[in-house]
Design a binder for this molecule. Sequence first.
Ligand code: SAH
Ligand code: SF4
Ligand code: F3S
Length: 448
Amino acid sequence: MLTGLEGLTFSVQTFGCQMNKHDSERIIGMLESLGCQEVAGPEESDIVIFVTCCVRESADTRLSGHVMSLKDHPVRTGSPLDERIIAIGGCIGQRDGEALTQRMPHVQVVFGTSALHALPSLLLQAASGARAVDTHEDGVLFSTDLPAHREHAWAAWLPITVGCNNFCTYCIVPHVRGRERSRALEDIRAEAEACVAQGVKEITLLGQNVNSYGRDLHGEPRFAEVLDAVDATGIERLRFATSHPKDLSEEVIRRFSTLRSLMPALHLPVQSGSDRILAAMNRRYTQARYLDLIHRVRDACPGIALSTDIIVGFPGETEEDFQQTLEVVDEVGYHQVFTFIYSKREGTPAATYPDEVPREVAQDRFGRLVEVVGLRALEQNQKDMGAVVPVLFEGPSKKDPRLMTGKTPKGQTVHVGAPENGCVPEAGSIASVRITEAKTWYLTGTLL
Ligand code: SAH
Ligand code: SF4
Ligand code: F3S
């Protein structure tokens, strides 16, 4: 019988949002600190961990496929285990708990979204042949005391709230992540300071709706104070995700013109441009109010890059409703839009709504939306032709290893050729680049 996890190999596959990416970095850091070794693929892994998402149906079905494909693979030669351990965490773990081990009998461990700390002991139980499930909702909410193995040493996710109180009628998140809870400002400050001391260049504050940070603690949102506190640590670049338009306050908008580190980029999900659909989604703003916000944001920060999320095919959406969504895309000129076809989620109010939009109609609208999104994004990038911008370099490009890739303050990806003098900027360093080419989803430039 194993008494520790030391020497075991593992891999983590992550689905869903940045919250899951953050959790995975903590899981990897924690297992490494216990003597486990991360390996690239499931074949070489004694432990395979899935950090899952159920926001759309496609994510649900994908998980079963991945787990099933592992079923008949024998454990690696030399493994101290008789059988590979499969562990499921994240939102499907939280939602389905025990039922997952019944549906997929070769899954031995299920851990919920606030049970990261319990994972080592759950894995040990599984190693001795027991099934182990922990989906307690009152577990540790912010697992930030665990060591993080960051994908990039210079970029840190920093969760400031968990859960969501908004109950958009299509969305499963409040049902799996629970009510919104905020982390103490002192905790956030301390972690941000530690990040800066470790050489982190960019912090992204995380929450389903960062704008309502503090409402549970103080009776009113205090997100602007969080921005001030993190800026004051001396961090180079500060970003946040996600914002609900109904809670984006004037104080926060003002920070885009006053805070040194706050990057000129804002993700502000609109979901639909039709007031009728917005009301049915329980979004609590209108198209006019959303566009007014956009104007105020642009007044505070003229060159800001805006991005959004849009759902097409929500129950009852007509061609006219959809046209209003296209109108918003045209008017705002987003740098990036995450587009989704509505996916019915059991347990949400919209799942019972009549007038479902036929798949072909939703697909057709989706295609037309993607086209307009691309045109507008290209126009936005073209505005940066000839500009000189500070780029935070990430390393060789995945497309072409002769190129270096980095991010502009607005969050655009830039590819840069190696300079003739051979002085390639180090990953994690910031250098000036002149933009020479603009494409829909990236820029090309030369190092100055
Ligand atoms: N809290 C964040 C993100 C939530 S999930 C926010 O409110 O912005 C990310 C995106 O998934 C949402 O913005 C929405 O566009 C999309 N989404 C959520 N539920 C969906 C569903 N049932 N069908 C299709 N897209 C969905
Ligand atoms: Fe879901 Fe709405 Fe909460 Fe975002 S704000 S997580 S879309 S319920
Ligand atoms: Fe998905 Fe859970 Fe995030 S459902 S979008 S991983 S909060």
